[in-house]
Design a protein around this ligand. Structure first.
Ligand SMILES: [Zn+2]
Length: 157
């Protein structure tokens, strides 16, 4: 059974935060980070604990486990491992989303978002305008993407 931190511990942490806020000793972002730690300590399940952690803020299992152990020393090693497992699952989801965000885009110019229209022999892809420019400049091996290739690129993105 997952253990949330003791009431005393949570109350004391909230009290310290309240005092620091009252005396202007912390910035809003510091306050938010500390409240996140309280949420971590209040979590009843590994899943909740992880959502309290927010978007992946750690780079290793060890870091995740250390962070949670300091937020809630009552957690057993087994529970910390469970959180780390969830974190690892979640991390891959986030990574996949990042990959999706970096969908194939025109290689003709950085930041060009125009629909892809051409490819070249090296596997680069271009929008109509930038592909035409390359061809006009004498680049060989630039050819139109087939509709199947376009679909495939869209699927990747
Ligand atoms: Zn372009």
């Amino acid at each position: 059974m997952f253990k949330a931190a003791s009431k005393d511990r949570v109350a004391a942490a909230l009290h310290r935060i309240a005092q620091d806020v009252e005396h202007g000793r912390v910035t809003p972002s510091e306050t938010a980070a500390r409240l996140d730690r309280v949420k971590m300590a209040l979590s009843q399940t590994a899943q909740q604990a992880l959502s309290a952690l927010g978007p992946v803020q750690a780079s290793s299992r060890e870091e995740v486990m250390k962070g949670f152990k300091s937020a809630n020393p009552a957690l057993t090693d087994e529970e910390l491992e469970e959180i780390a497992d969830h974190w690892e699952e979640n991390k891959d989801v986030v990574k996949d989303q990042a990959k999706t965000a970096a969908a194939p885009a025109c290689d003709g110019e950085r930041g060009c978002k125009a629909p892809l229209f051409f490819k070249d022999s090296k596997g680069y892809v271009y929008c109509e305008k930038h592909g035409d420019k390359l061809k006009a400049g004498g680049r060989t091996g630039v050819s139109k993407l087939t509709s199947a290739e376009k679909k495939k690129l869209e699927a990747e993105g």
